[in-house]
Write a protein of this length. Sequence first.
Length: 187
Amino acid sequence: MHDENLLQIIEGCRQGRPASEKALFQCFAPKVLAIARRYATDEPQALDFLQEAFLVLFKKIELFDPQKGPFEGWLYRLSVNTILQIMRKNRNSEPWVELPPELPENEIEDPDLELLQQEQLMQAIRQLPEGYRQVLNLFVFEDWSHRDIAAALQITESASRSQLTRAKQLLKQKLQPILQQYEQGLV
């Protein structure tokens, strides 16, 4: 979408035009849904996150300033923050981090990840405990620093680093059987 056309659609959203809101949703929903899927435990939750992100977007669209950066970056940051806020509200009284009984020693190597299909990786990420999943997504996919993660999740920087390490280890444990099938030529 051209910048000029996008700015017209954004202006239409600011004026509450349903056609503009629909156009914006159709353009960006796939990318926001991809973000939501990384944080969600299943598809219905990802769709809920998507809906909430766009509801917040339409409420806060007045805050977007094209002079401060591209709309896409603003939207994705807003979406991640919305998802994190929902997850914080829904956090129950149980401990936030679940430690598995055993953790493997090594992390997944990049060449190994190239063998995996995107859906296999997404399923493994969805199976991570909530805290691990949040830190992994923020650090790896959103490129946040441990300082930013700590502030957003209300944890310490060392807890962020620790959870990232454990998330990677647990992810490797979950993906190891699939990687072995690739190595053996079974897939």
